[in-house]
Write a protein that binds this ligand. Structure first.
Ligand code: 13P
Ligand code: SF4
Length: 310
C-alpha cells in the first residue's frame, strides 16, 4: 500500500487536517495541509473547519489546538512526542516563582502545559515574544519556562526587566559559541541564522535571530546563496528541499551534526495513518484549567490583534 495515498483518502473520508511543525521528519509534509511554526499552526488550528485535527508536532502544540477547538477531536500521532522544555515547569513551581516576584504579570512561552498556561497571564511564541511582552506596558515581567528566550526579549527591548525561570531547550543549548566561530571560519560568506532558544552569546554572534518562520522567511528573501542554520535540522531539510524545487541555488548548512529534537522526530507516516484509522491518541485538557488556559492563549492573539479567534 502507498501510505501517503491511504492517508490522503482517510483525511477526506474523516474530514481531517494534518498540521505539521517544521521540525517534523520532512516526508510528513507530503500529507500535511499546513506546515509551519507554532504560531502559524495555532492560527490554522483556530480557523479550520475539519472535524479532526492531527497534530504532527509535540504534545503542548496539540493541547493548544484543543484549547482553540474544544469541539474538535485533536490527535497526536505518537504519544512520546513531549517537549523537554515544557516539562521543566509545573504549576506548583510556577506558583513558587510567582511568590518570589509578587504582582508581576507572567508571560508563558507556548512551550508549556495547559496547567501552566492557566496560571499565567498571557502566552507567546518565539515569533511574537517581543511584541507580547511590550504589549503589556509594564516595567517588569516573569517569563516561563525558557530562560534564553526571556533573556533575548529583555536584551531586545532594553527597558523591561524580564525575570526568567530556568527552563531551556536541550537541543538548542547544544549549539555553542565555538560552533558559530567555526562556521564563520569554514563558511566566511555564509549568513548565520539562529533561533532565540539558543544561549544569548550564540545569538549575539549570529547575523540574524528569529523564530522558525522568521528564519525561513529571511532565507527566502535574502540575496545571499549560503546560510548556516543554528536551529533544528527539520528547518534545514525543508529549506534545502525548497531551494532545489524552486531553483533558488541556495545552500543551507546545519550548524553541527545532530541538532535534532528527538521528540519532534517521533512522529512517522505510519503513526499518522494509525492515528487516522483508530482516531488515536486523543489530546484533551482538564476542564479545571481549560477556561483559564484558553484565555491565556487568546490574549496573545488579542495583543497582536490577529483577530482570528472565535
Ligand atoms: P517555533 O515557535 O519557532 O515554532 O518553535 C517551537 C519550538 O519548539 C522551538 O524549539
Ligand atoms: Fe521542545 Fe526543544 Fe523540541 Fe522545541 S526543540 S519541541 S523546545 S525540546
Amino acid at each position: 500500500m502507498d501510505i501517503k495515498v491511504e492517508i490522503n483518502k482517510l483525511k477526506k473520508e474523516k474530514n481531517a487536517v494534518v498540521l505539521a511543525h517544521c521540525y517534523q521528519p520532512v516526508e510528513i509534509d507530503e500529507v500535511a495541509d499546513f506546515v509551519g511554526d507554532s504560531l502559524y499552526l495555532s492560527k490554522m488550528a483556530s480557523t479550520t473547519n475539519a472535524d479532526i485535527i492531527i497534530f504532527a508536532g509535540v504534545h503542548f502544540m496539540a493541547q493548544s489546538a484543543k484549547l482553540l477547538n474544544p469541539e474538535k477531536k485533536v490527535l497526536l500521532p505518537n504519544m512520546n512526542s513531549g517537549c523537554y522544555m515544557a516539562d521543566m515547569i509545573n504549576v506548583n513551581q510556577l506558583r513558587e516563582f510567582k511568590k518570589e516576584f509578587p504582582n508581576i504579570p507572567v508571560v508563558c512561552y507556548i512551550n508549556s502545559t495547559a496547567e501552566v498556561k492557566a496560571e499565567s497571564d498571557i502566552c507567546c511564541t518565539s515569533s511574537n515574544a517581543i511584541q507580547v511582552v511590550e504589549s503589556l506596558g509594564v516595567p517588569e515581567v516573569l517569563f516561563v519556562p525558557d530562560t534564553y528566550l526571556g533573556k533575548w526579549v529583555e536584551h531586545k527591548l532594553g527597558n523591561i526587566k524580564v525575570h526568567t525561570y530556568n527552563g531551556f531547550c536541550p537541543t538548542h543549548l547544544r549549539i555553542r559559541t565555538e560552533d558559530i566561530e567555526d562556521a564563520r571560519k569554514k563558511y566566511p560568506d555564509a549568513i548565520i541564522l539562529t533561533h532565540p532558544e539558543c544561549n544569548k552569546d550564540v545569538c549575539e554572534l549570529s547575523d540574524f535571530v528569529g523564530s522558525t518562520k522568521e528564519i525561513m522567511d529571511y532565507a527566502v528573501s535574502s540575496k545571499s546563496k549560503q546560510f548556516v542554520v543554528a536551529t533544528e535540522k527539520g528547518v534545514v531539510d525543508r529549506l534545502n528541499r525548497d531551494s532545489i524545487l524552486n531553483d533558488w541555488g541556495k545552500e543551507f548548512i546545519l550548524i553541527k551534526e545532530n541538532i535534532t529534537c528527538q521528540n519532534m522526530k517521533c512522529n512517522s507516516l505510519e503513526d499518522i495513518y494509525n492515528s487516522l484509522i483508530y482516531e488515536q491518541h486523543e489530546v484533551n485538557v482538564d476542564t479545571k484549567v481549560f477556561y483559564d488556559a484558553k484565555k491565556c492563549v487568546e490574549k496573545m492573539f488579542d495583543a497582536l490583534k490577529i483577530g482570528c479567534l472565535k
